[in-house]
Design a protein around this ligand. Structure first.
Ligand SMILES: [Zn+2]
Ligand SMILES: [Zn+2]
Length: 405
């Protein structure tokens, strides 16, 4: 016998009139023990109210197809309290996710089973996709300058201690690259060229739709995919962590990377300045293609350090304007102000001093590897404007210094 029905059995000897009398006495605070004795009901005093006849509801039990009933409420409950609606045949409780009746238990087991099968299927198809799209490893000697830079930065910050896997980029405190956008660009470049591969680890985070794998590049694990016929994995990683310096035939590529890092450092600084000035909404949308095109135009004329000074003036003017007119300027107007300032400075040959990096705007790993280890120009990558000639001369100077030694 089911639990709700059991209580009704205890009072089945009472007539309709006796039930009415019992209910009236119960709700007018007569002691339960007196009522239990008077009406001869074998129940504890706390459960007495459960022996009152329930009210039929209009809802059907999904399993037994009989009408559910609204259970009586105890004296302690107020009339507005939720009344349980249950099935007297199987104990199913209406709209209760935790209902443990036979029907609900079976349904939940079936759902769990279906979920397990679906997950197994998802896992198999993603693993299969990863296997099918696996790229052939890249040879150490075939790595481009860009590969060397990105790999050095990524391995330095995110390679696991056992050299087995590249951990998700978001997990590290010290920034890999100046902007989130540039970090994604780096990961996409390396994946596309096959130097790293999306790992099978945590593959259930990915989703496969229309034969296209969707994943968050910043939250994913990667496998290292560089080989060499001559060296062990450890020797390969060692040489990647210490990339070889720029060579004469790589000057053009080195120059491009210099411009890219300068661009993203400038955009990140502008974003930071806007945040510090309280122009939060403007800061949120400022790193985009349009800003990138405008700022990159001036990287041929100014160093990153000089651009920092220009951006500082522009951001602070925007903040002053907001305070004066109580209205924030638009992103387009802000970019327009940068353009005007830079053009005036170029036309009038203004001497622009430079700003240094700040505590909140520290040099990132990819920037320091590029300027210190690959281009070998150190802080000049920040205080000089990007220049092919400068790189060529520097290679000569570094070479001469080495020969002297
Ligand atoms: Zn039922
Ligand atoms: Zn149920």
């Amino acid at each position: 016998m089911y639990k709700y029905e059991r209580y009704l059995h205890k009072s089945q000897h009472l007539s309709k009139e006796e039930f009415e009398q019992l209910a009236q006495l119960y709700y007018s605070n007569v002691k339960h023990s007196i009522l239990i004795e008077k009406f001869d009901i074998d129940v504890s005093s706390g459960n007495l109210y459960k022996c009152f006849p329930p009210q039929k509801s209009d809802t059907e039990c999904p399993y037994c197809k009989v009408n559910l009933v609204n259970l009586p409420i105890s004296k302690a409950q107020s009339r507005s309290d939720h009344r349980k609606t249950v099935c007297l045949s199987c104990d199913h409780e209406y709209e209760n996710n935790k209902c443990s009746c036979g029907g609900c238990t079976e349904r939940k087991n079936e759902e769990a089973h279906k979920k397990k099968i679906a997950e197994q299927h998802k896992s198999e198809s993603i693993l299969d996709f990863l296997k099918k799209t696996r790229k052939t490893p890249v040879h150490l000697k075939d790595l481009t300058l860009r590969d060397r830079l990105y790999l050095a930065a990524l391995l330095k910050t995110h390679l696991s201690g056992d050299l087995k896997i590249i951990k998700p980029v978001f997990e590290y405190r010290q920034a890999l690259a100046p902007t989130r956008e540039y970090t994604i660009e780096m990961l996409k470049y390396l994946s596309h060229h096959g130097a790293i591969q999306l790992s099978e680890r945590a593959h259930m985070q990915y989703s496969l739709e229309d034969n296209k794998l969707r994943y968050d590049p910043l939250h994913s694990y990667y496998d290292f995919n560089v080989i060499s016929n001559e060296s062990s994995k450890m020797a390969i990683i060692k040489s990647l962590l210490h990339p070889t310096p720029l060579e004469v035939h790589e000057v053009e590529d080195g120059y491009k990377l210099w411009l890219e890092i300068a661009l993203h450092e400038s955009m990140q600084y502008l974003k930071l300045l806007l945040e510090q000035c309280g122009l939060i909404r403007l800061a949120l949308g400022i790193i985009n293609e349009k800003t990138s095109i405008e700022i990159s135009t001036y990287l041929e004329h100014f160093s990153t350090s000089q651009l920092f000074k220009i951006l500082w003036s522009i951001a602070n003017n925007a903040a002053a304007q907001k305070q004066k007119y109580n209205k924030s300027i638009s992103a387009d107007a802000l970019i327009n102000n940068i353009t005007k300032y830079c053009n005036r400075a170029i036309e009038n040959n203004w001497e622009i001093g430079g700003y240094s990096r700040t505590y909140h705007n520290k040099q990132t790993i990819v920037s320091s590897i590029l300027f210190d280890q690959i281009l070998k120009i150190g802080e000049n990558g920040f205080i000089q404007k990007a220049s092919r000639d400068y790189l060529e001369k520097n290679i000569e100077n570094v070479g001469a210094a080495c020969q002297k030694k």
